[in-house]
Ligand binder design. Structure first.
Ligand code: COA
Length: 174
């Protein structure tokens, strides 16, 4: 993998860019961060510091200049060339295809420019919206880990693994 860090990515409707301090208030207003503005400022400052590293990939998703969500590679393994993605977007902006657009662009960035070999997501099976995002972004449902994430009520949720590897991008072109 190449240590290129978080560079801006323009999609058809969105600009994904490195996080900045002013994101805290906007992400709270968009309910992408469910916390007070002061807590969000500390969270965003920590993410900015971590996100400045060469193998860190943390974007703020912006629409018309406003921060509406986040997308982050939170398990980056340069030796094996894989990255796990996590993401969220404010409720007012959901079901408009924005996260599919953002995840698709980040997958291309990571596989083509950062030269990762594999990008994956782990998603609670009942999170239909996130499962759809993974499917629409071209990932394959590779398997399900039974009772992998704890719930607040003491139970456990099954978790789907969705993944895409570099060779998937050129499948069908040979
Ligand atoms: C998951 C999330 C990121 C999706 O973002 P989004 O911008 O709404 O995603 P998109 O609009 O690109 O796609 C959403 C898809 O899910 C579908 N969907 C949304 N809610 C649904 C529901 N309750 N039941 C069934 N389908 C649902 C939409 O119809 C759409 O699919 P379609 O295009 O086939 O109609 C957003 O809901 C979110 O931030 N959730 C909270 C945080 C979270 O769950 N993060 C992921 C953790 S793994």
């Amino acid at each position: 993998m190449k240590p290129i860090g978080t560079k801006p990515i323009a999609t058809q409707r969105l600009l994904l860019r490195p996080q900045q301090p002013s994101d805290a208030g906007e992400l709270v207003a968009a309910h992408s961060l469910a916390m007070t503005v002061d807590e969000a400022k500390r969270t965003v400052a920590a993410m900015i510091e971590e996100g400045s590293k060469p193998f860190a990939f943390h974007w703020t998703i912006t629409l018309e200049g406003h921060a509406i969500g986040r997308i982050k590679g939170w398990e980056v393994n340069p030796y094996n060339g894989y990255i796990q993605l996590g993401y969220d977007i404010g409720p007012d902006y959901r079901c408009k295809g924005y996260m599919t657009e953002a995840v698709s662009a980040v997958i291309r960035y990571l596989l083509e420019q950062a030269e990762a070999n594999r990008v994956y997501c782990s998603v609670r099976e009942n999170n239909t919206a996130s499962c759809r995002v993974c499917e629409k972004a071209g990932m394959t449902h590779e398997g399900t880990m039974r009772q992998h994430y704890a719930r607040q009520d003491g139970g456990y949720d099954d978790v789907r693994i969705y993944g895409i590897v570099k060779s998937d991008l050129t499948k069908g072109e040979e």
